[in-house]
Design a protein around this ligand. Structure first.
Ligand SMILES: *[C@@H]1O[C@H](CO)[C@@H](O)[C@H](O)[C@H]1NC(C)=O
Ligand SMILES: *[C@@H]1O[C@H](CO)[C@@H](O)[C@H](O)[C@H]1NC(C)=O
Ligand SMILES: *[C@@H]1O[C@H](CO)[C@@H](O)[C@H](O)[C@H]1NC(C)=O
Ligand SMILES: [Zn+2]
Length: 478
């Protein structure tokens, strides 16, 4: 048995041939010098940043599990003409990384509503519910009242900070809505989508809560296209609402770059407006369509969305200082997305594994899904992908089990952190720990008192709330 295994392994290695890689990597000095440079940096982290965080930024890659992060890194490098594996994402440069356990109170594999309640409101909740504790039951209107929990955006606003939401999904989608709504069903986008009994019992749809729960929304400067957004003078705008598409934003790969802003452009404007507040700000940024790409089995769309979010992380880093801004990058949950197959160094991330299946003698792509719409059997056999455009934008990678929508995954996701008290994100943590760290670092919410300065002025400023909400219209107008 052992001998057989060894032989198989050698055959696999033999089939790799001689992948190309930079000549310098053959010299041990190259790796030793690189590691020593990294070590020197790591040693400087002994001086922990214990400043009070003035600003808080959370980048949430919806569905951005660890395999997605690695694949996006390779894609980013390959888009820059490199082999990709050695590339550093912006999030890779963050000094502290931990793992977040994503399960919902009633679900091993979670959804985006229950998880949003965890990383925004600080408590785990049932899947499908927003801004309510686990005592609330999905779709049961009468379990809402008394079970509402508030989000860190409210804590920040109550402490005099400006708050903003930027997302590539519709503005009443699961992630952004946990910031301002309390709703037992994430699908209650508008009154049109609610059961009559729930409406009669006094439950409110999410769009209505957007307008009722976000203060001064009527004062918002409204923009609906990129030209308007980019021609704003941030010094003259305190409240901003930008809705650029009738539903979700278009995938970045297919975006109309004349009319719609990129996620990076939205983040740029949002930070320039929010940072005018001397008390600081909280900004939620969602790369919301990484998740949609995966659900559709379209890995190329998902990975380009992740690369664009990484670009936005880089932009935010240029506009803020780690001295006073705690920035966290994480995901709500993973997906059943994988890449493997002993691909050689520099293999295009959308390419084939360098071998044929030893069962059906057909090639296979490195990227595969555990389930989803890419399941394909032709004449009773697995599709031969060499005849199809598997590098196309909308190619649906093969899946083991047919499903109309590929599912979330249940494993932990990464949390990258930099700035004041980033080191509190260090091991394996429950997902609802994240807003507690952020609130503690900024002395807001339940943690207002712990760092009351002698001047004691933090949190006493008049509310100066700015909303940089981006997206959606039709859903709101129902
Ligand atoms: C709440 O509503 C559900 C139906 O949605 C009903 O079965 C249940 O009895 C109600 N509970 C209370 C306490 O009224
Ligand atoms: C953007 O909106 C403005 C104001 O409504 C309009 O005049 C302009 O034509 C729009 N531009 C694009 C590219 O849609
Ligand atoms: C798969 O398709 C390629 C190209 O069309 C062909 O050369 C190969 O023989 C096919 N393999 C099988 C097992 O059908
Ligand atoms: Zn999803």
């Amino acid at each position: 048995m052992t001998a057989l295994l060894i032989i198989c392994f050698c055959l696999i290695l033999g089939s790799l041939g001689n992948p190309q890689f930079p000549e310098q990597e053959k010299d041990p000095k190259f790796w030793n010098t690189w590691a020593q440079r990294t070590l020197k940096n790591a040693l400087t982290l002994q001086e922990l940043n214990k400043n009070k965080a003035k600003n808080l930024i959370l980048f949430l890659g919806d569905g951005m599990g660890i395999p997605t992060v690695t694949a996006a890194r390779i894609l980013k490098g390959q888009l820059n003409g490199q082999s990709g594996e050695e590339t550093q994402l912006e999030m890779d440069k963050f000094p502290f990384v931990s793992l977040s356990k994503t399960y919902n109170t009633n679900a091993q594999v979670p959804d985006s509503a229950g998880t949003a309640t965890a990383y925004l409101c600080g408590v785990k909740a049932n899947e499908g519910t927003l801004g309510v504790s686990a005592a609330a039951v999905r779709s049961q209107c009468n379990t809402t009242q008394g079970n509402e929990v508030t989000s860190i955006l409210k804590w920040a606003k109550d402490a005099g900070k400006s708050v903003g939401i930027v997302t590539t999904t519709r503005v009443n989608h699961a992630t952004p809505s946990a910031a301002y709504a309390h709703c037992v069903d994430r699908d209650w986008y508008s009154d049109n989508e609610m059961p009559v009994e729930a409406l009669q019992a006094g439950c409110k749809d999410i769009a209505r809560q957007l307008f009722e729960n976000i203060p001064n929304i009527d004062k918002n400067h409204y923009v609906w296209n990129k030209t308007q957004l980019l021609s704003l003078n941030p010094n003259n705008v305190d409240y901003l609402l930008g809705l650029f598409e009738p539903g979700d934003m278009i995938y970045d790969l297919e975006r109309d770059t004349e009319s719609d802003p990129s996620l990076t452009e939205m983040v740029d404007v949002a930070i320039k407006i929010l940072k005018k507040n001397p008390s600081g700000f909280y900004l939620l940024v969602e790369g919301g369509r990484i998740d949609h790409g995966h659900h559709e089995g379209k890995a190329k769309q998902a990975l380009h969305e992740a690369v664009e979010m990484d670009r936005a992380i880089g932009r935010a880093g240029l506009l803020t200082s780690d001295h006073e801004t705690l920035t966290i990058v994480t995901a709500d949950h993973s997906h059943v997305f994988s890449f493997g197959g002993y691909t050689p160094r520099g293999n295009t991330i959308f390419g084939l594994a360098p071998m044929l299946s030893d069962v059906d003698q057909k090639p296979f792509t490195s990227i595969l899904y555990g389930n989803g719409p890419g399941y394909k059997v032709i004449n009773g056999a697995r599709e031969n992908v060499s005849a199809v455009d598997y590098k196309g934008n909308n190619y649906q990678a093969q899946a083991a089990v047919p499903l109309n929508a590929e599912t979330h995954g249940g494993e932990d996701v990464a949390v990258f952190a930099k700035g004041p008290l980033a080191h509190l994100l260090h091991g394996v943590h429950e997902q609802n720990y994240i807003p507690h760290v952020m609130a503690y670092a900024a002395c807001i919410g339940e943690y207002r008192e712990h760092c009351m300065s002698p001047s004691g002025s933090a949190g006493l400023r008049p509310a100066f709330s700015i909303v940089a909400v981006i997206l959606s219209a039709a859903r709101l107008l129902c």
